[in-house]
Design a protein around this ligand. Sequence first.
Ligand code: AHR
Length: 627
Amino acid sequence: VINIKATQPVAPIQPTMWGVFFEDINMGADGGIYAELVKNRSFEFAKPWMGWKIERKKAEEGDIIIQNRHGNTVNPRYISVKANNISKGELGITNEGFKGMGIKKGLRYDFSVLYRHQTGSVKLHLELIDSKGSIIGETTLNPTGNGHSWKKEAISFNATETEAKGKFRIWFEGNGEIDLDMISLFPEDTWKKRPGGMRADMIQLLADMKPGFIRFPGGCIVEGIDLANRYQWKKTLGPVEERQLIINRWNLEFAHRPAPDYFQTFGLGFFEYFQLAEDIGAEPLPILNCGMACQFNTAEVVPVNELDSYVQDALDLIEFANAEPNTKWGKVRADMGHPAPFDLKFLGIGNENWGPQYVERLKVFTKAIKAKYPKIKLVNSSGTDPNGDRFDYLNKELREMNADIIDEHYYRTPDWFLKNAGRYDSYDRNGSKVFAGEYAAQSDKTVSVKNVNNWKCALSEAAFMTGLERNAQVVNMASYAPLFAHAEGWQWTPDMIWVDNLRSYGTPNYYVQKLYSTNKGTHVLNTSENGKPLTGQGDLYASGILDKATNEVILKVANISDKEQIREVNLEGIKKFDAKAKLIVLKNNNPEALNTFENATNVSPVEETITLNPKKKISLTLAPNSF
Ligand code: AHR
């Protein structure tokens, strides 16, 4: 008998309990949710022609060159095209996109460019081309401006076919010299149809989860390969041509998946992340660099007495998010189109920064932020050690500092997740809260290219998460990581959502997360069998909660056995309940089962309404390997 003390809530469940962790890894942003189709649109990648090919039918030295303008330090490069009485098809440039371009038949594509005519007049013939080289959409832009100042011009056209591996070509025609920069192409069907916006199918998958928070922008990219390449939120605001790109932390990392052309162009920056959080009803949770570069790269640190600008960045971010438009940073937000504050409540300082150097720096940040913004809850970084006590020192220090929230990460085996379902049972109920900020069961081992998102891993996470939920008094936030991966451009597996240029699907792990976040309830209920919480006895893991808003009792049960199990459920204290209940089951007989592009819902929830006899006991049949 699973006994639920249904009328005696034990602890509240925070609305932030189940969230998402976003990082620009695995082409998560550029080539991912950022819907720009042109790779290296401003020629600022390490090699200016990365992503581009010059098409010359009539070779002429110097007809297209890269120029580097003085005085523009954020976007110095552009191209100069010298057209010497050329016709369409003689001189052009082709962009390969991010692993190709996903093009959809009938959809409108919006082209824009910054240009200036140095002499004469040059036309731009724009073509979408399929993988065989056929034209599947075209138009002509006749830039009319002349003179030496840069102008922006835009034109739209429709695609005539669907193609997953499209390219984009520009042929030049005329006689003269034209300079081009920020060559951009977006589909019309972005999230909320915002020009220059995000890929709608990917964002919809997030919105469907109704996440309690969204953490951004990472992960290791917060830290950067070195401090010069750390994530600096102020450089991600304003017009996109003024946002200075940097090398992505995941560019050359892990030799087995090198990605030398992986840059962060910041078309997607902090304003857009805050807006996304608002769109999907999630609390924004930005994480800032604490003065330390990635521990797996250079591990550079800023001297403690030189942290001022880093700390100021944190204070200014709170002003950017929360202050009225009559303040310096509130105005920046308002000028970008959001006069109302974003109501930031949480801020992370440091990601996976460990050791005494972190504590020293964190103390400086905490003092300054708490003095000015005492209500902001700070997320501090910690770790978990499967083999010892490596993080005991840090956890002790953080707790002595009365840390608001401590961020623990675990990429471990399914077995670890099952054995640790009781991890938080012994944590101090009154001390610092926990953010299970990055976790995922690994089918092979941590940082292995062989990891897959199989049902065994997802089920072990579902079982473990009953323990997070049961301990909601301690655990206030949790998120699976990483979130997105492009099937042809990933550095890390497993990942929650997989995409290619046209398609996206949720893994079994996605459905586990979604079941939790769409059934998050408001209060923990004491749930037990034979007087003990279900943490694996009889291969069952369970957590019962109450949703005070809907008056529902929600029971989550993971049956990790390959046998069906039957339990009676006793809603202790409830005299009368509805005859109708909802049963949502995620299951598969094969622990190795996967979702794929072709079979995207192989492991996905099946929902039915069941009729209960309020006079009789509730009997629950738990399928083998099911949640
Ligand atoms: O999620 C992938 C990486 O794992 C994150 O960037 C980092 O925080 C962790 O090491």
